[in-house]
Design a protein. Structure first.
Length: 184
């Protein structure tokens, strides 16, 4: 494990749980979450994948990207994740949702919760920028540029998701940590 990667105790997912994959836009959250979901499917576990952008569209909230709107959506993702995990589902939620109070709420309200922070330098994020997020003239609502992010204080796993780390490697690290804590 590299010095850029920090870990804490793994979670147990034998009766449901939430893997919360967070980071700035273009940090690889969606890609890593999809690969992680596929890896769990190969083990016979069928996770529910909640992607921030897709959930936004599903609940009809596609315009509110200011701090208040983002925080409201973060709680929506958290409550949906809790509801599904309480029913025995493994939920993989990929979302920016960089709010300390949301992370604290998740830890207090979700029985089996595993927080992953994909840490990528802003220069790399701008290089990857497939959606033009970092090139917008009006960047007031871009987290990490106009909106200050609240990076996780104590994530269960922090991955420097760039350079020699590909999505399969990142997903495998997450899955291994989660499975190491699983009950037989």
């Amino acid at each position: 494990m590299s010095a850029a990667e920090k870990t804490s105790a793994p979670a147990s997912f034998h009766e449901g749980g939430v893997i919360w994959v967070t980071g700035l836009a273009e940090s690889g959250k969606t890609t890593v979450a999809k690969v992680l979901a596929q890896q769990f499917r190969q083990l016979g576990i069928k996770p529910v994948l909640l992607d921030g952008n897709i959930v936004r569209e599903a609940v009809g909230e596609t315009r509110s990207f200011d701090r208040e709107g983002r925080q409201k959506m973060a709680y929506t993702y958290a409550r949906l994740s809790r509801m599904l995990s309480a029913q025995g589902q493994l939920v993989i939620c990929s979302t920016i949702s960089l709010f300390h109070e949301v992370h604290a709420w998740n830890r207090e309200n979700i029985d089996t919760y595993f927080e992953v922070f994909l840490d990528v330098p802003l220069e790399e994020l701008k290089r990857r920028d497939s959606k033009g997020v970092y090139s917008e003239e009006d960047d007031e609502e871009v987290v990490g540029v106009g909106l200050a992010p609240e990076f996780p204080v104590n994530p269960d796993l922090q991955i420097a998701n760039f350079s020699d780390v590909d999505p399969e490697t990142a997903a495998s690290r997450i899955r291994s940590m989660c499975m190491a804590g699983a009950s037989p």
